[in-house]
Design a protein around this ligand. Structure first.
Ligand SMILES: [Zn+2]
Length: 252
């Protein structure tokens, strides 16, 4: 029988033998920071279907609704702090083990944990700021909320007049090309691909673990629940991310 201690030692050994690790994170790494998994059964999207990109673009009323929802979550995002899982990933990056963190999360917690921005690939964008959809100018959330509370709408981009939207990738919105390319390059170059807190159901993001495996990297899946890709993994761990990675770090 394999004990939890054995799996932690196995992961530590895989990390020791690796020099170019990609960590791929999903909602499961941020739940310990109080960010809910929107996609889980009974989660936010079960109660309140997401607003598709086309609706945001074509309907002023849907844009208002999207912003109302975003502002309703502001305290949660502003108050969230990196947890032991984020900090362990940041420590592995600091030690030169982790080359890139590919994340499906939009909460900015990898940056907040100290991973340099150039080592983070955000596949689904970032909700802690907004951008103009035409010229990509950046806008901060707090001043947009002041405008929204006063005028009932979000001003257009002051540089080009484009629509301003939270910098996340909505359903129906094209994937960010540069981020997808960086994620693919990192996946092809890595020798260990560590999934942490993703159920691997959202494509194209969920295609990266198998791509890594097919091109010779070892694959580890650390997630509370089973995934369709467990059978391809060299090691599957079903424990909490923070506790597991903290224990692994202590062995390195
Ligand atoms: Zn603009």
């Amino acid at each position: 029988m394999t004990t939890e201690r054995d799996t932690i030692e196995q992961l530590a050994e895989l990390i020791r033998r690796s020099s170019n690790i990609v960590v791929f994170t999903g909602a499961g790494i941020s739940t310990e920071s109080g960010i809910p998994d929107f996609r889980s059964p009974g989660g936010v999207w079960d109660r309140m279907p997401p607003i598709y990109f086309d609706s945001f673009m074509s309907s002023a009323e849907m844009r208002k609704e999207a912003w109302r929802r975003r502002f309703a979550m502001e305290e949660m995002f502003v108050g969230a702090k990196p947890n032991a899982g984020h900090l362990a990933v940041a420590e592995l990056a600091r030690r030169g083990k982790v080359s890139q963190v590919i994340t499906q999360n939009i909460d900015n917690l990898h940056q907040a944990s100290g991973v340099p921005a150039e080592r983070i690939v955000e596949l689904h964008g970032n909700t802690t700021y907004a951008t103009c959809l035409v010229c990509s100018s950046r806008y901060e959330i707090a001043p947009l909320k002041v405008c929204f509370d006063r005028d009932g709408e979000i001003p257009e981009c002051r540089l080009c007049g484009g629509l301003v939207k939270a910098a996340t990738i909505s359903f129906g919105q094209p994937m960010p090309e540069a981020a997808m390319q960086r994620a693919q390059d990192a996946t092809l170059a890595c020798d260990l691909f560590l999934v942490a807190g993703s159920s691997l159901v959202v494509y194209p993001a969920a295609g990266f673990p198998l791509l890594a495996k097919q091109t010779g990297a070892r694959l580890v899946i650390l997630n509370r629940t089973s995934t369709d890709q467990d059978e391809y993994a060299d090691l599957v761990i079903r424990s909490g991310i923070g506790a597991t990675l903290t224990s692994v770090l202590a062995l390195l």
